[in-house]
Write a protein that binds this ligand. Structure first.
Ligand code: SF4
Ligand code: SF4
Length: 146
């Protein structure tokens, strides 16, 4: 994190959907309890019903069930169909550490992530403090609402 002096730019690009598809999305989309409530509210169903239809246990954690082709079932025409209510794991990308790795680890890892995600290095500028807050899952620094 010491290398981030003037912040980093990131903005998910419209019609990309790359990290939500079977070919390019790595791993699972794990859910926090808040995610289930928020997504259920967004879809107009009870949290229990949402959990029954859209989630499964993966490695002892609650995760989204993927579609038959391995892509996220909320991906619609290249866009997230639940964007406003998407899970913490999705909204905190590319800052939240996953499996002990975060693309903001060094200039090298940030450049590497750019090769995968066209939104890295573009759009909104995130201050170093905001990024640190997102990494801690905090919303009081304006990173996102959990
Ligand atoms: S790869 Fe990047 S730009 Fe594409 S959908 Fe994922 S976060 Fe958005
Ligand atoms: S919830 Fe949205 S952003 Fe997250 S994997 Fe599914 S389609 Fe992509």
């Amino acid at each position: 994190m010491d290398w981030i002096l003037r912040g980093l730019r990131f903005e998910c690009q419209p019609d990309c959907g790359k990290c939500c598809t079977s070919e390019l999305r790595e791993g699972s989309v794990f859910l926090e309890p808040n995610d289930v409530e928020r997504l259920a509210r967004y879809l107009g169903v009870a949290p229990r019903e949402f959990a029954r239809h859209y989630t499964a246990d993966e490695f002892g954690e609650l995760a989204l069930v993927m579609g038959d082709d391995g892509s996220c079932r909320f991906l619609q025409a290249g866009r997230c169909g639940v964007h406003e209510a998407r899970p913490l794991q999705c909204r905190a990308y590319p800052f939240l550490p996953e499996d002990g790795f975060t693309p903001v680890e060094s200039p090298y890892t940030w450049r590497r992530e750019k090769e995968f995600c066209p939104g890295v290095g573009k759009g909104r500028l995130y201050r170093k403090e905001e990024i640190a807050g997102i990494m801690r899952g905090r919303k009081d620094v304006g990173g996102f609402d959990v």
